[in-house]
Design a binder for this molecule. Sequence first.
Ligand SMILES: [Zn+2]
Length: 334
Amino acid sequence: MAKPFPILGFDVGGTKVAVSLVLSDGTLVSSIRVPNKEREPDDVLPAMVSAGKSLLADAGLNREDLKAVGVCTPSPLDFKKGIVMAPSNLKKWKHVPIRDYLADAFGSRAFFDNDSNASGLAEWFFGSGVGAEDMLYISISTGIGAGVISNGRLMRGVTCDGGEVGHMILDVNGPLCNCGLRGCWEAFSGGRAVAQRLQRELADFPNSAIVRIAGSVENIDMKTLSDAVGENDPYACAVWDEVMERHAQAIGMLHNIFNPGIIALGTIAIQCGDLFMKPLLERVRKYAWKQPLSACSIVPGKLGSKLGEYAGASVALYALHELGEWDLPWTKSN
Ligand SMILES: [Zn+2]
């Protein structure tokens, strides 16, 4: 068996950057989180580099030992040029050439992708999708996005915007979405949209269960809603039913398009467990063909809180796989 090689991974999120040292056999050697909330990229980027260097030093590795660097950020981004454009939850990051910055800092090849693709690759290599040829990873968080593995390859599309499933329109007369379209899946069921809807509808109901749990109208989020559903609050349950129906509709549509063997769901599906999975699995049958659905496992992602630690490194591993320098973990020994 070839000796596993080290990769540094960076997963840039709205509140923190997960920096991790991962071996090509899937061993997570170590990781650090660098704060990113309300910080300028000019401050965060050097902190990311020094975190990466300290992980290498602690493991007794030099920069020459490093095979590659992988980094992921929220969309929109310029995949080909390696630039973060202006993601809505990275307000201070505008046109940042992050890939080449990291390549220069580490004197190494660096590879870049969006966080949904990166998470999909991580779940494919090391989580719920091990061995699969066709799988979807769907992140349902503030926004909704997917990493689509089809025929054993990551699907990118012509402009590398493939997988933006949160902006499939479920009802053209539905609520306005951040993206400018109307009735997107994300506008019905994304965390930000649901929180905004609840804040609007409950502004004059300070005694409602949801406001009581949140402490104030401004603090309402998906977690507050799911907690109120856990208390059987009728209003919360009615909203939850609507949100779940839209999830089932969208996931049923995706299922019929891609015919995957696995649909792995991130974030809220992991946080809420059965409260989320049970109504989804019941309702999705209305929207998907029975026979292919019976061949598909719809499950919460396996990597859980470790997903961010694997996401950035998985971007680099996939790029090396495409270059013929790394075999998928289940095909040959690496
Ligand atoms: Zn949209």
